[in-house]
Design a protein around this ligand. Structure first.
Ligand code: GRG
Length: 293
């Protein structure tokens, strides 16, 4: 990931982002529906922007594995809602206490802490409602495992417990793989599950998901040092302010960049085993490797 090389967002990503936004809008309760204030908070956070990376990965994996039909849309939106729920809770004063997210005041800054907490809960529930609509218990199980105490929550706990102390490379790898990587990996795995991918293809997709998931969070750490507030839509330097476990803190910026690059190359190599080579998943991996926000 060379900082001076900026690649345009792939057309596929732009197109699927628009499609995702339309489905999100159709699945979210309208703000004039009771409880109005809670629905306003839910819509505010989800519609505040965001790259929609997780649903785009779900759609791309589904297509790559030969999936057809509309069953994928509630699943893709569910992944974005879970992601937004984790962001709302992560920004709360009892967690990272952040004021800015997706270029706007965080949910608790805008609506107060209690409503922000409930908005996260509401998104969590709506996500499982949507995932259940796919009729696939395997997809529902994949989501619970990705975000539960063996997945995202394990990463969040380890992250909190690592704050302010020296940690090893193994520990930071564990945190990043669980806190961020697991949901990204679940995004592609759920696409493959709903497409009915055979075991060998599912394994390849999972390997790809694990690599881009870890790379994504390493790049997030780097952007917290080298990025700019306007492009990122959130303050930079908050990791070091909060004495967070990050790759640059453990192995330095240069090695962190090398490691992210290596993971992206490996992800492209792994996914290249699927014939014909899935150009969209390859482009998304490159996009993650070069992202500036
Ligand atoms: C149950 C209290 C409770 C919380 C859920 C807080 C939490 C557990 C997990 C935190 C997980 C977390 C926030 C990980 C960070 C992931 C990350 C890099 C987010 C940024 O993702 P982007 O860049 O954001 O895809 P956009 O805004 O583009 O969608």
């Amino acid at each position: 990931m060379n900082k001076s090389v900026r690649i345009a967002t792939p057309a596929y990503v732009v197109e699927k982002r628009q499609v995702t936004d339309r489905y999100i809008d159709s699945y979210l309760p309208s703000p004039d529906q009771c409880p109005e204030k809670l629905h306003a908070a839910v819509r505010y956070s989800v519609m505040a922007g965001g790259k929609r990376l997780r649903p785009i990965l779900t759609l791309a994996a589904f297509e790559t594995c030969g999936g057809e039909g509309d069953v994928i849309y509630p699943a893709a939106v569910a992944l974005e809602l879970i992601h937004t729920y984790s962001l709302i809770h992560d920004d709360l004063p009892c967690m990272d206490d952040d004021d800015l997210r997706r270029g706007k005041p965080t949910c608790h800054k805008k609506f107060g802490e209690a409503i922000a907490l409930l908005a996260g809960d509401a998104l969590h529930d709506l996500a499982f409602n949507l995932m259940a609509r796919t009729g696939s218990s395997k997809a529902v199980l994949e989501l619970t495992e990705a975000i539960g105490t063996k997945g995202m929550l394990a990463g969040q706990m380890a992250d909190m417990e690592a704050e302010g102390r020296e940690i090893s490379l193994d520990e930071v790898v564990f945190i990043h793989k669980h806190k961020t990587g697991r949901l990204i990996c679940a995004s592609v795995r759920i696409g493959a599950i709903l497409a009915g991918a055979p075991d060998d293809e599912f394994k390849i997709i999972s390997g790809y998901g694990e690599k881009i998931g870890l790379a994504f969070q390493i790049i997030d750490d780097i952007l917290d040092i080298e990025g700019d507030v306007e492009t990122l839509g959130k303050p930079i330097g908050s990791d070091s302010k909060n004495r967070k476990a990050t790759f640059p803190a453990v192995i330095g910026l240069e090695l962190s960049r090398e490691m992210a690059d290596k993971l992206i190359s490996e992800a492209i190599e792994v996914i290249g085993q699927i014939i014909p080579q899935p150009e969209n998943l390859i482009q998304i991996a490159r996009y993650i490797g070069n992202r500036q926000n």
